[in-house]
Design a protein around this ligand. Structure first.
Ligand SMILES: [Zn+2]
Ligand SMILES: [Zn+2]
Length: 135
């Protein structure tokens, strides 16, 4: 009887995804070579799709959640993607993470995508705790 929980099981369906950011919307609707970036943090290297602005927000939050650095590349990193399942994950449904009024799609296997999304949420929480006064 109760409606399904919208949060964790929302499929990555760009058609039903109304975003405030047109650039994110366009990138997610048609992820291609030009819109895929690579996010490197800790041991994770994952392809991600978003616009530049929201990718940067995502990266910044991930950086707060790691003692290592988090950086984005617009080209495939020299070491490539270590996880074979992540390499195949391009063609399957990916988690789409709301970031402010945009969104970031993480093109990894479920294990690594959730690890990265977890970092993002940890980073947001860290920032909330650091920011005692409203911006
Ligand atoms: Zn955007
Ligand atoms: Zn993986």
């Amino acid at each position: 009887m109760s409606p399904p929980a919208p949060d964790e099981t929302t499929p990555a369906d760009a058609d039903e995804f109304a975003l405030g950011c047109d650039a994110c919307q366009a990138a997610l609707a048609d992820p291609g070579r030009d819109s895929i970036s690579f996010l490197l943090t800790d041991q994770l290297t994952l392809p991600v799709v978003s616009c530049d602005e929201h990718l940067e927000r995502f990266r910044a939050a991930c950086a707060l959640a790691t003692t290592d650095t988090a950086e984005t590349l617009t080209h495939r990193p020299a070491g490539g993607i270590h996880c074979p399942a992540c390499r195949r994950a391009h063609t399957t449904a990916q988690p789409v993470v709301p970031v402010a009024d945009g969104a970031v799609a993480v093109l990894g296997c479920p294990e690594h995508a959730s690890a990265l999304v977890g970092r993002f949420h940890t980073g947001l929480e860290t920032r909330r705790q650091l920011t005692t006064s409203p911006v």
